[in-house]
Design a protein around this ligand. Structure first.
Ligand SMILES: [Ca+2]
Ligand SMILES: [Ca+2]
Ligand SMILES: [Ca+2]
Length: 408
């Protein structure tokens, strides 16, 4: 009997030996945002309000303001009401802002900020801040950014980052106070819709290039589909393919990654590298598949989107995006059997021709193997591929007409 109990002790002790700890501590340091691109992409836009010419209820117009537009930012401490205006009738950008921080329904001189204009290609940004203001008991620190004169972002001052040691591999991770309430580590709540989250943002350098930003200054969707910038979910998947729960110290000095030990099942896909936006029993998840497969906690899932990567002969990644709208794709993950995901490549081009009288209209779309429409394809420079060309030939093979297709 003695030998047997010893054996049991060993049997339990050995599997844990030399493996990664179940809880990894990551000291965090605060980094201030350096560029407008960092501010908007890493905070996933922060809190956003459309600009409107309509005066918010209970407010009166501010005399002398040129072309005023109003904003209502939905902050946890209460809606922040503000107005932007041109500094003169000839000004090219909205470079003045007033926010009713003390909520007396009046805009006063001490509530005014001046902005700095910055351009990126055809896009225009006006940055106000950094500022620190109080709203009731809450302190709000950050920037306000007017984008293309039609909406405004409230973003924090910067982000927290640290290095996690996972199985001897160093992985850069980070967090952003995305809802700008001074509390770090708030997770996406079940039932919240994509891109309307009020949670914080989790950063992970999946490709190990030392940054969380995609290689080009592009729409933040790209950052999400690269898997490195996403709302903090109950479970996050790290480059060692394991799932973790993120806990954050109240003073934001460190975070802990607690490994999820629930049983997993295998999922197979037609694409080698892919990202899936899912909702499962643990709420929303962003997961990465490699070598055509993925291990997921056992349970039922709904897939909302799939982004996948094909590499060209130079090894450079091309990205294609499928969204399952209006119906998410449902699947189950079980312990003893591999679940095949029915979507993904090969793609086929589908051409529709519509005739009205002597007029023909040609439209081209891309479909995956299950008939889902492929919404976007991005080249390695994160641009759209060249527009396809339609060549019409007569029966003898002579070209009658050549015409380019246009996106949209
Ligand atoms: Ca006021
Ligand atoms: Ca927060
Ligand atoms: Ca990276």
């Amino acid at each position: 009997m003695r030998a047997w109990s010893l054996f049991v002790v060993f049997a339990f002790a050995i599997p844990g030996f030399g493996q990664s700890p179940q809880r990894v501590e990551v000291p965090l340091t605060f980094k201030e945002f350096q560029t407008v691109n960092e501010m908007i992409v890493l905070s996933l836009g922060g809190i956003v309000s459309l600009l409107s010419e309509r005066l918010p209820r209970g407010y009166s117009p501010l005399p002398g303001t040129v072309k005023p537009q109003f904003l209502e930012l939905p902050h946890e401490a209460g809606t922040l009401v503000g107005l932007i205006a041109l500094s003169s009738p000839k000004a090219k950008a909205y470079d003045r802002i007033w926010v009713d921080w003390n909520r007396d329904k009046k805009f006063t001189g001490d509530e005014k900020l001046m902005g700095t204009v910055s351009a990126r290609g055809k896009e225009k940004f006006v940055v106000f801040g950094p500022f620190e203001r109080s709203v009731g008991d809450a302190k709000i620190e950050g920037y306000l950014i007017v984008h293309d004169d039609d909406h405004i972002h409230l973003v924090p001052k910067g982000y927290y980052e640290g290095e996690a040691k996972l199985n001897g591999q160093t992985v850069k991770v980070g967090l952003v106070d995305g809802n700008i309430n001074g509390v770090l580590g708030e997770r996406m709540v079940a039932g919240q819709r994509y891109f309307e989250s009020e949670s914080d943002v989790f950063l992970v350098d999946l490709n190990g290039d030392g940054t969380f930003l995609p290689p080009a200054e592009e729409a933040m969707e790209i950052a999400v589909y690269s898997g490195e910038v996403y709302y903090l979910t109950n479970l996050v998947q790290l480059p060692d393919r394991n799932f973790y729960r993120v806990k954050v110290a109240e003073d934001c000095s460190r975070l802990w990654l607690e490994r999820d030990l629930s049983p997993k099942g295998k999922v197979k896909a037609a694409c080698k590298e892919f990202f899936l936006g899912l909702i499962g029993q643990e709420g929303a998840m962003l997961v990465r598949g490699q070598q055509n497969e993925l291990l997921l906690p056992i349970g039922s899932y709904q897939a909302y989107w799939l982004a996948f990567v094909e590499r060209d002969e130079k090894g450079r990644p091309w990205l294609a995006l499928l969204t399952f709208a209006p119906q998410p794709h449902k699947f189950r993950v079980v312990g003893d059997k591999t679940t095949e995901l029915p979507f993904g490549p090969p793609f086929k081009l589908v051409m529709d021709v519509e005739r009205s009288g002597r007029r023909f209209e040609f439209s081209l779309s891309l479909e995956d193997k299950a008939g889902n429409s492929v919404d976007a394809v991005f080249t390695p420079d994160l641009k759209r591929p060249p527009e396809p060309v339609l060549v019409i030939s007569d029966a003898k093979g002579k070209t009658v007409k050549t015409e380019k297709f246009h996106y949209g």
